[in-house]
Design a protein around this ligand. Structure first.
Ligand code: SF4
Length: 425
């Protein structure tokens, strides 16, 4: 990336579009499978939307070529997807296209991604619009109203629960590949249902999902459970985390990753706290109402999974509980992911997990804070096996070498305090 002067950033930042022109084709970069829900919600609004395919090493190469080396890994991957689209998609028309890049405020670089990407495009001489919706405003814009927001939200939590069904069943399946096949089919059903009939279509799609997973024949549930927490993009993106969940399963473990929903609830909490602190009643009430509506939407979705998941997967702690968990280790006035991630790691430990893995991108600022307190948290929680993994997507091979002894420790930890559950379908 060419050097960005402060004035460059200011100019471009004010130029980034937060509205949507309905005649443009929207490209959503692949971050995680939650993108399917976003595409379903965009399409339901009549917007021509496509999700880019899962990024591979070619996206990393493109991203690195157009960055300077000090940027965060998620920036390199999303920028690589954008450049690949421009260079390799034969039918791509810059003027009638828009690239979706959400943003957020807080103590890290995420809020600058869309600005820097716009600048890169300018230097390439490409005028592709970048649509950037703000986390604090729940990713709404002036022409995407409450319908979009509520539908996208319910789709996102549906994918959270769907992933739990995947991670719960796949390690124990007797017919290899069956769980993945049902999962992929369900994702498509969710996206199509949302796109065609909004919330009603989503709920209809979810009605059959649990039963399909229930048809999977599984063996005894006897693997150590590993809770994965950390930077939201890297923990959700298989390319960035070297397909960590699958690696854990291959080595004899079972994994869970913190849900996407927690970040949205956290922004609601911040909005309420800011409104209270600044004596701005309207702001407080907006945060409160949004929280209420989102909890209602989540409960509606969760009810469709209630017969197929156990308490660990159905009952997520509130962000207030996560903040309480983390406050002995993270200052109360700190804003950002470490509050959630340390809080969630402690929750996993209390729920009976046998090991914790934190995942952070190389040079991630909030990630450094998570790692810095991890020793203390581990000691205070029965010395639960704990592994901090930092990723820079350099295709390193030592992750497996580090995981093997960790899974061994987790198995030993489990033997020390065995789980009573021994189900067999
Ligand atoms: S959380 Fe870390 S990796 Fe993500 S944008 Fe912020 S600094 Fe970069």
């Amino acid at each position: 990336m060419t050097n960005l002067s402060e004035q460059d950033l200011i100019n471009v930042h004010s130029d980034v579009d937060r509205s949507l022109e309905k005649d443009k084709k929207i490209y959503v970069p692949y971050m995680s499978d939650h993108g399917h829900a976003l595409v379903g919600a965009f399409r339901n609004q009549g917007l021509n939307t496509t999700m880019l395919s899962k990024p591979g090493s070619d996206c990393l190469d493109y991203g690195r070529r157009y960055s300077e080396g000090g940027e965060c890994l998620p920036f390199i991957v999303t920028t690589g997807q954008l450049i690949k689209l421009i260079k390799e998609e034969p039918n791509f028309e810059p003027e009638s296209s828009a690239f979706f890049m959400p943003t957020s405020s807080g103590p890290c670089r995420f809020g600058q991604y869309h600005t820097a990407q716009k600048l890169i495009l300018e230097h390439m001489g490409k005028s592709v619009e970048i649509i950037s919706l703000e986390a604090y405003n729940s990713y709404t814009s002036e022409n995407l109203g409450l319908d979009f927001r509520n539908l996208a939200w319910q789709g996102i939590v549906a994918v959270d629960y769907l992933q739990k069904l995947l991670w719960r069943n796949r390690p124990y399946e007797k017919e290899s590949g069956k769980t993945d096949a049902i999962y992929e089919e369900s994702l498509e059903d969710i996206k199509d249902g949302m796109s065609e009939d909004g919330t009603r279509g989503l709920i209809t799609a979810l009605k059959g999902v649990g039963k399909k997973f229930d048809s999977i024949e599984t063996g005894p549930r006897n693997r150590p459970l590993v809770g994965i927490v950390g930077e939201i993009y890297v923990r959700a993106n298989d390319l960035c985390n070297s397909n960590l969940v699958r690696l854990i399963e291959d080595l004899g473990g079972e994994a869970r990753v913190g849900p996407m929903a927690e970040w949205f609830y956290y922004t609601n909490r911040k909005k309420k706290q800011d409104g209270f602190r600044d004596r701005k009643l309207l702001k407080y009430l907006k945060g409160w109402a949004k929280d209420l509506v989102q909890h209602y939407g989540e409960n509606r979705v969760r009810s469709k999974f209630a017969d197929y998941l156990d308490e660990l997967d159905l009952e997520e702690p509130s962000v207030g509980e996560l903040a309480d968990n983390s406050h002995p280790y993270i200052p109360e006035d700190y804003r950002g992911e470490p509050v959630l991630e340390i809080g969630k790691a402690i929750d996993y430990a209390r729920q009976g997990a046998d090991g914790i893995i934190t995942v952070t991108p190389f040079s991630c600022m909030p990630g450094a804070m998570i790692i810095s307190v991890s020793d203390l948290v581990k000691k205070d929680h029965d010395n639960i096996p704990w592994l901090n993994l930092t990723f820079d997507a350099q295709r390193s091979t030592n992750i497996k070498t580090r995981l093997e002894p960790f899974i061994f420790q987790a198995k030993k930890y489990r033997e020390k305090s065995p789980e009573p559950e021994k189900e067999e379908n």
